[in-house]
Design a protein. Structure first.
Length: 388
């Protein structure tokens, strides 16, 4: 039986003085050699270690930082200041700071970010770290991952799972000097993009809410585009079975934008792939026929059956398919791979969640549907529920 347990009433929470900043490695897909920093809102200070280099950095100030022989070369308003190991730009007035970063070497589009910026040299380029209030980070993730114009309840769903994902993986890149990247290997984060009132209110109204399992551990809050009508068991895609990531029938994803797909593949290339990678007996008539006419009425883990140990997840990766939920039809010289869904299929279907909300379900019912036997709690209270 599914349940989503709300462990307390938020209106009776004691004040805990809880504040959380996250360190996000930004522009990680670019080897930044030189960039310009400008204040968009508020006033900043510029420091190197504990030394104040400029007490007030205003909207009129232009700061340029470049990589130079393992150091940071700093110029302010066209004047060279010196070379440093680290630099930090911190907002003076709390909760109001927004700054921009513009690429010079290489050139890249200007981006806006909340709060503070930490810079240090690493691997012959500049590492930029956005030190940002956690809830503002979640706003940025939703802007990047979901986009504008969605319903408030869908944003609430995504705020909770994005917040949970971030906390679950918060030290993934600590060895590089930050917690998470801004790329798809964590959650896409492009900073302060635009102001969608529904999105911002959804994050505010779900502030600090996360999903945990029966042991009060953060769940693996995985999500994807469309399930094709059935989600995946987590162990059929990744390695470890988890009680809250079970395969379910998902009627809400049916008919969505990414519900079905088709790809044509050369029959000879397909058979040679199976022979070379898996030593599959393509000259055996029965085995050959099975490989050319594979059907999935419900999701499978392996192509054909478990005997050959041909992972559908590997096939999806090797052939760049939208999902592992496909059937194969023999057209003679070519094969039609007709599939359902888009993504790994584990956890929450974004298109399914949006459809549920359109039908009148609220964000709690959506979470209850896609995640089995999880608890919704305030992250500030998590330690109170952990049993030593």
């Amino acid at each position: 039986m599914k349940h989503l347990l709300f462990l307390f009433s938020l209106s009776f929470l004691p004040f805990l003085g809880y504040s959380l900043d996250f360190k996000i490695g930004i522009l990680r897909n670019v080897q930044v050699k030189k960039f310009a920093f400008k204040v968009s809102e508020s006033t900043y200070s510029l420091k190197s270690s504990n030394k104040i280099l400029k007490k007030e950095v205003s909207k009129k100030t232009e700061i340029v930082v470049a990589y130079s022989s393992g150091k940071l070369s700093l110029s302010v308003d066209g004047k060279f200041i010196g070379n440093f190991d680290t630099l930090k730009l911190s907002q003076i007035e709390s909760d109001t700071g927004i700054f921009s970063v513009s690429g010079q070497i290489p050139s890249f589009k200007t981006r806006l970010y909340y709060d503070d910026l930490l810079i240090f040299p690493q691997k012959k380029s500049l590492t930029l770290v956005n030190v940002v209030d956690f809830e503002k980070y979640i706003i940025g993730v939703l802007e990047s991952e979901v986009g504008e114009g969605k319903s408030k309840d869908f944003y609430k769903v995504h705020a909770i799972i994005s917040r949970t994902y971030a906390l679950k993986n918060q030290y993934k890149f600590i060895h590089e000097g930050f917690y998470l990247t801004d790329l798809v290997n964590c959650q896409v984060y492009k900073g302060n993009m635009y102001k969608d009132s529904n999105l911002i209110m959804a994050v505010q109204e779900t502030e600090n809410l996360i999903l945990v399992d029966e042991n009060m551990e953060y769940i693996t809050a995985s999500y994807f585009s469309n399930s094709g009508g059935q989600t995946n068991n987590v162990e059929d895609v990744w390695s470890k079975a988890l009680p809250y990531l079970r395969s379910i029938h998902d009627p809400y994803s049916m008919g969505g934008t990414n519900y079905d797909w088709e790809k044509t593949i050369s029959k000879s290339k397909w058979l040679q792939y199976l022979k070379k990678k898996y030593q599959y007996p393509i000259n055996d008539v029965e085995a050959r026929n099975a490989a050319l006419n594979f059907k999935q009425k419900i999701r499978h883990k392996f192509l054909i059956d478990w005997v050959y140990q041909i992972s559908l997840t590997e096939i999806r990766k090797d052939w760049k398919l939208k999902s592992t939920y496909f059937s194969i039809f023999d057209n003679g010289e070519t094969l039609s791979f007709k599939g359902k869904g888009f993504g790994h299929g584990v956890g929450l279907s974004q298109e399914g969640a949006m459809r549920m909300i359109d039908l009148g379900y609220d964000f709690l019912e959506v979470l209850r549907f896609y995640y089995t036997d999880v608890h919704l709690i305030d992250m500030k209270m998590r330690q109170f529920y952990i049993i030593d």
